[in-house]
Design a protein around this ligand. Structure first.
Ligand code: MG
Ligand code: ZN
Length: 364
């Protein structure tokens, strides 16, 4: 009898223990408090495989715990551009090529940043292109064409993006559309405006920081660790002033190297991006409440790695296009909620997964 009671008691304890463990695990995968969403523009598997091959430092891509594949076609073309390719992350709907933050009917659809601001999250974009370029623009602007960079600049006045660091100064203060100085208008709304050619840290609740008239220098031209430092600054400021935040970081020029069919250009940009990923992952491990997502809007250049007959231990990079291709792109995830990003899915799912995870309202 005693033994039976003991057995039941130990059974009870073990079941209770298991359920306790399960709830502890559940609380571990709670809503992330911070999301760093990194886009390697034009970064497909060939770009990653090639650039990381033989790399002596730490391969950040191999540190991610959950991997998925995203199908990239846009509303009107199997081959997406970066406008439609980033708009889908922001509004969760397929858009026509060239569109920024508008659906396939051209209608402005509420974006992730707008939803996040309603929930009092901080929001920011960091890019090595102009901050008004297609990828970052898709997160805070709604215009029918990516070419409208001066109009895109004025969308920062809406206050849905708290921080923007990159190039693009001329779209604010040397405009051809009108004589407005958007920097002055932003200052009236409490933004700190900084326009330097050399990056230096600054503390500000709301910040627009441009370091070039248009795109930033390439790595080969000596951009140095700008993307690393700007990302660190963005994370520090957003954490200090908002606590919860969503930061989009773009390795913009991985794409430009692809368009130029310039493998060394692409590789230098991707290795720069890799160092940013390592820094973001290190911080996310320390923090424990940051979800890190890395993906691409599309692949650029139709790059493949072919046999190198003279040196069989390496490969010959081979481009098949000056444009984008339609191959699926990888999605790497780390941190609370990362397990939701495995599998093969349309790029619209990335928005849907984020909305669900962050308890935000979707778009019909
Ligand atoms: Mg881009
Ligand atoms: Zn491109």
């Amino acid at each position: 009898m005693k033994t039976r009671i003991l057995l039941i008691a130990s059974l009870f304890i073990s079941v209770f223990g298991i359920s306790n463990q399960a709830s502890a695990q559940k609380s571990k995968t709670k809503t992330p408090k911070r999301v760093v969403f990194l886009i390697g523009d034009g970064m497909g598997l060939a770009q990653i495989s090639g650039a990381m091959s033989g790399y002596q430092g730490q391969n950040a891509f191999e540190r991610f715990t959950y991997i998925g594949l995203s199908k990239t076609k846009s509303a009107d073309n199997y081959i997406t551009d970066s406008g439609a390719g980033a708009t889908v992350f922001s509004i969760g709907k397929k858009a026509k090529n060239g569109a920024i933050g508008v659906d396939s009917a051209g209608k402005a659809s509420e974006g992730l940043f707008e939803k996040l601001k309603k929930a009092n999250w901080g929001t920011g974009v960091v890019a090595t292109s102009s901050i008004t370029h297609a990828t970052p623009a898709s997160f805070y602007a709604h215009v029918p064409s990516r070419k409208m960079e001066e109009q895109i600049a004025t969308f920062l006045l809406k206050g849905n993006c708290d921080l923007a660091i990159g190039g693009g100064q001329k779209f604010f203060d040397k405009r051809t559309l009108d004589a407005r100085n958007v920097f002055e208008e932003l200052k009236l709304l409490g933004f700190t405006i900084k326009t330097d050619s050399v990056f230096e840290p600054i503390e500000a609740r709301k910040l627009v920081y441009t370091l070039a008239q248009n795109g930033m220098k390439t790595m080969e031209e000596g951009r140095g660790d700008f993307l690393l430092q700007a990302t660190k600054l963005a994370q520090t400021n957003l954490l200090k002033y908002y606590g919860n935040y969503f930061l989009m970081v773009e390795g913009s020029q991985i794409d430009w190297g692809g368009h130029d069919n310039n493998y060394e250009y692409m590789k230098a940009e991707l290795l720069d991006f890799n160092s940013v990923l390592n820094q973001v992952l290190d911080a996310a491990i320390k923090d424990g409440e940051t979800l890190v997502i890395v993906t691409a809007d599309h692949e650029t250049g139709g790059l493949s790695l072919l046999e190198n007959k003279e040196n069989p231990s390496t490969f010959t990079p081979n481009y098949s296009s000056k444009g984008h291709s339609g191959i699926m792109v990888p999605v790497f995830a780390f941190g609370p909620g990362a397990e939701n990003f495995t599998g093969i899915y349309e790029n619209t799912e990335i928005f849907a997964k984020l909305i669900k995870l962050l308890n935000l309202n979707g778009n019909d």
